[in-house]
Ligand binder design. Structure first.
Ligand code: S3P
Length: 432
């Protein structure tokens, strides 16, 4: 489906709670399913990715009930998982397929995992290589690297793995396998990736240790069901934060936003760029920091984004690139080659689609260079089936001279089913 969006006539005003955090929602289903006893999850993200995780665990024999944003999982312990009668379809979700590979590597049955056209192009070696070192049987297309991918569970041994990438999906897959392995499993990352798995494992009564970027887990632990309150997703909030910063006379408040330091790089970057963002009402939900964010229109200046900051804002680079088109000076984004293996090649996707709207932006081998203060002229663009590209382009329409037509907007439901309703609520306009 295509959608035509017109430039913003007024300003963005009001208060909004964006949907639940995607990473935490996935993990609540995974841990609730392998724990003993009942887990309740409130504020669960009913985006397609997380619904696909629920469907996979139901096929693995877990009883999961949904009533609006409350999910109840009747956990029977990890031994309660059963061989699925059908393939496990992860849809568009890299988190689901990679974390499931780690978990199923240690279960005594056979499973086949597949997903959509984007998943079929995403590398699985990054998890299959360390899991095979632990003793896993994993095979798939192109020498076992691409889905559909099959896993036959086996006895696993603890290993020490030096990961070449700072990836929470790799770290989490290894920790889920390590939970079932003999001895200790240790992973060292080149930079700290998001740590929701570690925090949630602790909330379910599990134990692990961390020193700098090295995490160790002891095998054969039992987890106990608990109640999880999911914060609003900072990655979804980022679209409205940038929208308020770059549109005239805007003032919004975003409620209950997850502020885990391994995820809040986008706030640090925007504050350094001169953004008026006030962090209010800081508190904790199940070991996860949460705050309300008050945001007003700001004159931004560009900065360099690189190094250890990259994993802390990797999913926000598309919307930061849009912010950079409106800021003074030049933004250089580097060390971000991971963008090439996301839902799309996000370096190409961001650069080509923003060029279509008139932005001054070039790709590099490991990022992009954006020259600021350009007037976007509008035009026809494509989400390329990537939810975050679709939402970034929708925010770009607010400041374009002319209308923006976005092809294939349906994919936005992967992480934010009510995105356009929430945008209309803040934009207080007729005719959107
Ligand atoms: C995620 C980890 C990140 C992120 C993805 C969600 C997770 O991917 O980009 O959207 O929930 O673990 P990588 O682990 O590949 O960096």
């Amino acid at each position: 489906m295509a959608k035509t969006l017109h430039p913003l006539k007024h300003s963005l005003k009001g208060e909004l709670k964006v949907p639940g955090d995607k990473s935490i929602s996935h993990r609540s289903i995974i841990f609730g399913s392998i724990a003993s006893g009942t887990t309740t999850v409130d504020g669960f993200l009913l985006g397609q990715d997380c619904i696909d995780t629920i469907n996979c665990f139901q096929k693995l024999g877990v009883q999961i009930e949904q009533e609006q944003e409350r999910i109840t999982i009747i956990g029977q312990g990890i031994e309660g998982l059963q061989e699925p009668e059908d393939v496990l379809d992860v849809g568009n979700s890299g988190t689901t397929i990679r974390l499931l590979l780690g978990l199923l590597a240690g279960r005594p049955f056979h499973s086949v995992l597949l997903g959509d056209a984007s998943i079929a192009k995403r590398p699985m070696d990054r998890v299959a290589i360390p899991l095979r070192k632990m003793g896993a049987n994993i095979d798939g297309r192109k020498n076992g690297n691409y889905p559909p991918i099959a896993v036959s569970g086996s006895r696993l041994n603890g290993i020490h793995y030096d990961s070449p990438v700072a990836s929470a999906q790799v770290k989490s897959a290894i920790l889920l396998a390590g939970l079932q392995a003999s001895g200790t499993t240790t992973i060292t990352e080149p930079a700290l990736s998001r740590d929701h798995t570690e925090r949630m494992l602790t909330a379910f009564g599990g134990r692990l240790t961390r020193q700098n970027t090295t995490i160790s887990i002891q095998g054969q632990q039992n987890l106990t069901g608990t109640s999880v309150q999911v914060p609003a997703d900072i990655s979804s909030a980022a679209f409205f934060i940038v929208a308020a910063l770059i549109t005239p006379n805007s003032e919004i408040t975003l409620k209950d936003v997850g502020m885990n330091p391994t995820r809040s790089g986008v706030i640090d970057a925007l504050l350094e760029m001169g953004a008026n963002i006030t962090i209010l009402n800081e508190r904790i939900y199940n070991d996860e920091p949460v705050a309300d964010l008050h945001v007003t229109t700001s004159q931004l200046k560009n900065i360099e984004i690189s190094g250890d900051l990259i994993p802390r804002l990797i999913d926000e680079i598309p919307i930061l690139a849009l912010a950079a088109t409106q800021a003074k000076g030049v933004m250089v984004i580097k060390d971000a080659e991971e963008l090439k293996v996301k839902e799309t090649n996000r370096i190409d996707a961001v650069v080509h689609q923003l060029q279509q709207l008139g932005a001054s932006i070039e790709s590099t081998d490991d990022g992009m260079i954006i020259t600021g203060e350009s007037q976007l002229h509008g035009g026809t663009v494509h989400s390329l089936g990537d939810h975050r590209i679709g939402m970034m382009l929708a925010i770009a329409s607010l400041i374009s001279e002319d209308k923006v037509v976005i092809q294939e907007v349906d994919c936005i439901a992967i992480s934010y089913p009510n995105f356009f309703q929430d945008l209309s609520q803040l934009s207080n306009r007729e005719g959107r």
